[in-house]
Design a protein. Structure first.
Lengths: 207, 411, 198
């Protein structure tokens, strides 16, 4: 468990390192072209190489981009496989409060990847990864529940554990932890409570 | 609400006859009932029933709050989180190899498959190449675990639908499979045998013979289980046309695994996005089609897909045992594993669906973030849309057919 | 040591309370009552009906203990009751989380006296694998209910669970069939609080 100060080698919010450049992922490239054409201003950054290619989308264009990706007949991303969030503390305290990144892994069950793609060196199984970076002290992202029903529970879990507020959706409430649990545990600066309803909780350094 | 006055005792005893004309036919009866109720419509109330978290049929600590109109479910809300064991926070707090035993405990009925996925993710992060023999051993163990998990699911589904005998029958074979895994790993349920870079122990010739005997025994017993369940008309009454999940709804909710294939969607990660060496094996992927019984997407087909998958898992295991090459079982690793900065997303086909890991490495020996996607998390979600209009007993059949394990729902 | 950044919620979870029946010592000398006591204890220990309280992985081993190979029914404990009102022993099999703890307590209180509890598995003995970083895991179910027998293992083998049932039967034979006092739980909580204060 990390201490209150950010570790010196906390990774940059850019994600995949440039040193991992290799073959381009055609699925991510196609998705990037599509979203750039149909939703101008949405795509902030594209990384098409490496083990984990992604598109970085702005928060206000997220739902439009998701609709485009879901309804495109070639991509047909009909499943939101996972919605997760990662807490990037600032690299140094001088960086300010840092950011939280919400990451969407989208996949198609209607379209199968070709055998050539599967044999290629790109090993991300045809996933399209969207990332939305929001400031840590005001993490608000529009909900994509209307695009994929399954995102509902994943978003509730990210609110529960990470404190990301998903807007434009009914009733965002905790899903895993009890309703009156203090704080959001997966945040890097979350402190273990002393007790919960009379039952003591032992912090990691207390044993 | 004003009540009808309670008739006095003399009236009830018939001493004073009430002025009611005699009933001679159905129309008279209807009229008499209408007069008795004084034309008031009967007031109905929706009942809110709490099912779980301690319940014999919820497959763990799942709490389902049901709104019912009589016995018909009108709304349903699952409440999960009673088994949240902080696996993701632990992943940020411990080095990779110390975190690895915790993934067994997520889907505790398919622990080998969980480990397989986690090790593949860490190996991709760190650029480790697994030796050939270890890859084959992983496949053998994974398929043996799949067989054990599916026959467990089939037996326990019998329990849910009211049949206790199949449970005892399937556990007899499952014990043989667990003995196999116990022999190689030291544990019956939670193993920690698939390690980063390979497997912990090698297969002995006696183990291979015992494995063949186990696979033969299960293959021989499968028709027996079907006589008790699949071909049993009571079971078919309980499961056919119940809990139908249309394919679009299944994909939208992220349902994966046998439940997805039972809805007619043709997808198996081992065939369509293979990991490890699964592209070297010949196997069929059972997809539900009409003509067996019931309708595609119902509980019966989910059970049927599991039965067919057990046969195919036996087939894969036999091929892997046949082609097992000699060699090392563990790659050489540095003393402390520090994968370079990067991210990876890996999904594997578990007996319950697609388990996925998203790992963020920051160059130290601990991960910065590990996110685990349990298939049962999405499989439960679909219940909210599918269970409307079902009877409470059908709800139990639906939950059993989805085959959820709360360890991977709550992680 | 740890920054108390978050206030703990109100309403502490009180331990399960069950009064002990007190007998007149004169009566205990009576031979007839001793024989009845012996008969009561004999029947209690040979028909310990467990409550089906499987929470996590240990529940799978509990089911295996009740199944074909390790048949728990030969010891009288094969009848798993779904309702707490009909059960004698609560085999807490699996991790108890803070969300689940009030339900564990309530179910234990619903069991009629004399009742026993077996803590099966490392998670319910002292937190088990989640004892260091598990914020949502109760560090042992003896912080919620008084426990008679602890079964170590992760998960314990079915033989270990059978051994636990046998030990409970032995305890009933030797020490009588009454349940543990409720203040065991408070003592356990003090002990754990002392550990985190250091």
């Amino acid at each position: 468990m990390s201490d209150a100060a950010a570790p010196a080698n906390s990774p940059t919010p850019a994600g995949a390192p440039a040193a991992d450049a290799g073959p381009r992922d055609p699925v991510t490239a196609h998705a990037a072209r599509l979203v750039q054409a149909k939703v101008p201003g949405a795509v902030v950054e594209v990384v098409e190489t490496g083990r984990h290619p992604f598109l970085r989308i702005t928060a206000e264009h997220l739902v439009a981009a998701c609709l485009v990706l879901r309804d495109d007949p070639e991509l047909a991303l009909d499943c939101c496989h996972l919605v997760s969030a990662v807490d990037w503390l600032g690299k140094t305290p001088a960086d300010g409060p840092g950011s939280i990144e919400v990451v969407y892994h989208l996949v198609s069950y209607a379209k199968k990847t070709s055998a050539a793609y599967r044999r290629s060196a790109v090993k991300n199984d045809g996933f399209v990864v969207l990332r939305v970076r929001v400031p840590r002290d005001k993490p608000e992202v529009p909900s994509v529940m209307g695009v994929w029903v399954g995102a509902d529970w994943h978003e509730r879990e990210m609110w529960d554990l990470m404190g990301v507020k998903f807007t434009d959706r009914p009733l965002l409430r905790r899903i895993l932890l009890p309703e009156d649990w203090p704080g959001h545990p997966l945040r890097k600066d979350w402190a273990y409570p002393v007790e919960y309803h009379g039952i003591p909780i032992i912090p990691p350094e207390g044993r | 609400m004003s009540h009808e006055p309670v008739p006095s005792v003399p009236q009830v005893l018939g001493v004073v006859a009430p002025a009611v004309p005699p009933v001679v036919d159905a129309a008279d009866l209807a009229r008499a009932l209408e007069e008795r109720s004084m034309g008031q419509a009967l007031r109905t109330e929706e009942l809110v029933v709490n099912m779980g978290p301690q319940h014999p049929s919820t497959h763990g600590v799942l709490r389902v709050v049901i709104k019912t109109d009589g016995e018909v479910v009108t709304a349903l809300q699952p409440h999960i989180g009673n088994l949240h064991r902080c696996v993701e926070k632990i992943g940020e707090s411990l080095p990779y190899y110390q975190w690895l035993p915790y993934v067994d405990r997520m889907d505790y009925l398919a622990a080998i498959n969980n480990e397989h996925g986690a090790c593949i993710a860490i190996e991709r992060l760190a650029g480790i190449v697994v030796p050939e023999r270890a890859e084959y051993i992983r496949v053998i163990l994974a398929e043996v675990q799949r067989v054990a998990s599916h026959i467990f699911a089939m037996g326990v589904y019998g329990l849910d639908t009211g049949a206790i005998t199949p449970f005892l029958h399937t556990f007899r074979e499952r014990e043989r499979g667990l003995d196999l895994l116990d022999h190689i790993a030291g544990g019956r349920l939670l193993y920690h045998v698939i390690r980063i870079g390979g497997v912990k122990r090698d297969l002995s010739p006696e183990w291979i013979d015992e494995c063949h005997a186990f696979l033969d025994a299960v293959e021989q017993r499968l028709p027996e289980y079907n006589t008790l369940l699949l071909d049993n008309h009571i079971f078919q009454e309980r499961t056919c046309n119940i809990g139908v999940i249309p394919p679009a709804l299944a994909v939208g909710w992220g349902v994966t695994g046998p439940a997805l294939r039972a809805s007619g969607v043709d997808w198996d990660t081992r065939r369509d996005a293979p990991y490890g060496i699964y592209d070297r094996f010949q196997f069929d992927v059972p997809i539900a089609h009409s003509g067996v019984a019931g309708v595609v997407g119902d509980c019966f087909h989910r059970h049927w897909v599991r039965f067919k998958e057990t046969e195919q898992a036996i087939r894969i295991a036999r091929q892997a045992l046949r082609d097992l090459p000699p060699g090392e079982i563990q790659a050489k690793l540095p003393k402390t594993l520090k994968p370079p900065k990067g991210e990876v997303y890996v999904r594997v086909e578990n007996p319950r669906g697609e388990l996925a890991y998203w790992m963020v490495a920051d160059g130290t020996d601990k991960a910065w973030r590990i996110r685990c996607r349990g298939p049962s998390f999405s499989n439960i979600g679909v219940m909210t849309d599918v269970a409307r209009g079902a009877l409470i007993a059908d709800l139990v059949a639906l939950m059993g057919s989805l085959d959820i394990v709360l360890g991977e729902v709550d992680r | 040591m740890s920054p108390a950044a978050n206030p703990a919620p109100a309403a502490p979870l009180a331990p399960a309370v069950h009064p002990r029946l007190e007998f007149d010592p004169e009566l205990e000398q009576s031979i007839i009552l001793t024989k009845i006591d012996w008969l009561k204890d004999w029947s209690r220990r040979n028909a310990l009906w467990p409550m089906a309280f499987g929470l996590a992985c240990c529940a799978m081993e509990m089911m295996a203990t009740a199944a074909t190979k390790y048949d728990l029914d030969r010891f009288g404990s094969g009848v798993f009751r779904a309702s707490a009102r009909q059960a004698d022993v609560m085999i807490v099999a699996g991790t108890v989380t803070h969300k689940m703890a009030p339900r564990v307590k309530r179910l234990f209180e619903q069991m009629p006296d004399p009742k026993y509890a077996i803590a099966m598995g490392a998670c319910v003995i002292g937190g088990g694998p989640y004892s260091r970083f598990g914020y949502h895991v109760v560090q042992g179910v003896d912080l919620v209910i008084p426990v008679d027998i602890y079964v170590p293992g992760c998960p314990p083998r079915p033989e270990a669970l059978i051994d636990a049932i046998r030990k409970l039967q032995e305890r009933i034979r030797v020490k009588g069939g009454s349940s543990l006092p409720a203040d065991d739980v408070l003592r356990n909580r003090e002990r754990i609080l002392a550990m985190s204060a250091s």
